[in-house]
Design a protein around this ligand. Structure first.
Ligand code: G3P
Length: 219
């Protein structure tokens, strides 16, 4: 299985519409056989990215709803129809409760959307593994958006999450928060992660191409 570099575009101004497309084009130019680069984008940009680019596109959130009389929810079928191949679930900035996590994973499985379920602790990682998502991502919230990476500041969180999940099944574990460079990635991989989630390290970089290249060098 390929390692994963998931770039979360969040709601950064630089990454809406044309900005998202520019990052997708750079990512596409750097695609290789070893690392799968994924972009998690705003729902309104999923179709533009997926129709103009070969990089896999994820939603940042979906709700466990079905077709029908519902308003303001993100229907999994709608993001799939727009071209998304997966979704983040329970990102630290879009948290849901454990029952809703379970239901959302189940809904996504029904229609073949891949799932990356985020959590802040090794204990929760173990609980979530039981629902068999495609990936579990460990992100300590206090390090998100900062300059010190999870792999340097809290290596034990990655190590313990990998161990806890392996006690349940073989769900691959990703990690993120403060990841900025090749050394951060290398450390994460050494600790047992199968890939990383990154946002500001790419989006806020003055040279997005160099930033992605540097991260790829750490795999
Ligand atoms: O989803 C990835 C994210 O929360 C990490 O953000 O800015 O610390 O790379 P950042």
């Amino acid at each position: 299985m390929k390692s994963v570099l998931l770039i979360n575009l969040k709601a950064y101004e630089e990454c809406i519409g044309v900005g998202a497309l520019k990052i997708a084009e750079i990512a596409e130019s750097l695609a290789n056989d070893k690392v799968e680069i994924i972009l998690a984008t705003q729902p309104t940009d999923i179709r533009t990215l997926s129709e103009n680019n070969s990089i896999p596109v994820f939603a940042q959130h979906v709700d466990p709803v079905t077709y029908g009389s519902r308003t303001g929810h993100i229907l999994p079928e709608a993001v799939k129809n727009a071209g998304a191949v997966g979704t983040l679930i329970n990102h630290s900035e879009r948290q849901i409760n454990i029952e809703t996590i379970e239901k959302t994973i189940a809904r996504c499985k029904e229609i073949g959307l891949r799932t990356v379920v985020c959590t802040a602790t090794p204990e929760m990682a173990k609980e979530i593994a039981v629902f068999k998502p495609d990936y579990i991502a460990i992100e300590p919230p206090e390090l998100i958006g900062g300059d010190i990476s999870v792999s340097k500041a809290k290596p034990e969180i990655i190590r313990n999450s990998v161990k806890n999940v392996a006690d349940v099944n073989d769900t691959p574990v990703l990690c993120g928060a403060g990841v900025k460079n090749c050394e951060d990635v290398e450390k994460a991989i050494d600790l047992g992660a199968s890939g990383i989630l990154v946002a500001s390290g790419v989006v806020k970089s003055s040279n997005v191409k160099e930033a992605i290249l540097d991260l790829l060098a750490g795999f």
